[in-house]
Design a protein around this ligand. Structure first.
Ligand SMILES: Cc1cc2nc3c(=O)[nH]c(=O)nc-3n(C[C@H](O)[C@H](O)[C@H](O)COP(=O)(O)O)c2cc1C
Length: 141
């Protein structure tokens, strides 16, 4: 969950409460972190890479667009996704395991699988910023 600033802390609190992970419970925190590194036990993960030759341009837009497009498209097929920094935290292991050449920069992972809606983290209602808060409107008054 990424919302930036204080909200992220609030969301993390809600998540750990739902998962019954107390602040001081280092073991459970570690278990949760390890689960994230294993793509939250999803059966598959998509690793988004970009060819280094494009690094001079503006690949960030393309990377964001393709990543964002995959998630709702997966949903259309009944699949859930989780965009994950954690999944690429050890890029060199991934590079070796997935045979990703050095010419490609590893950017982000998307865990993908059929969601377990009974899992407490999947029952959290994640608030959205209102459009008015993140938009400045000009004209048309
Ligand atoms: C670039 C990026 C990296 C993220 N990395 C992680 C991560 O490593 N672990 C995690 O649990 N969530 C991570 N998230 C948040 C989840 O993907 C989040 O659940 C997702 O953005 C969907 O949010 P929603 O449930 O509010 O729709 C990340 C999100 C983004 C956009």
């Amino acid at each position: 969950m990424r919302s930036g600033g204080l909200e992220t802390v609030e969301l993390a609190k809600q998540l750990f409460q739902a998962l019954d992970i107390k602040r001081e419970d280092k073991d459970k925190h570690t278990q949760w972190m390890k689960k994230g590194l294993r793509f939250f036990n999803a059966p598959a993960a998509i690793i988004i890479c970009v060819d280094r030759i494009l690094a001079e341009g503006t690949p960030a837009f393309d990377i964001g667009t393709v990543t964002q497009t995959i998630c709702p498209t997966a949903l259309h097929y009944g699949l859930g996704t989780c965009i994950q920094d954690q999944g690429v935290m050890y890029p060199e292991i991934l590079r070796k395991f997935c045979n990703i050449p050095d010419t490609k920069q590893i950017i982000i992972a998307i865990a993908i699988g059929y969601p377990d809606w009974n899992f407490p983290a999947n029952q959290l209602e994640i608030p959205r910023e209102s459009v008015d808060k993140i938009t400045t409107w000009y004209g048309f008054d």
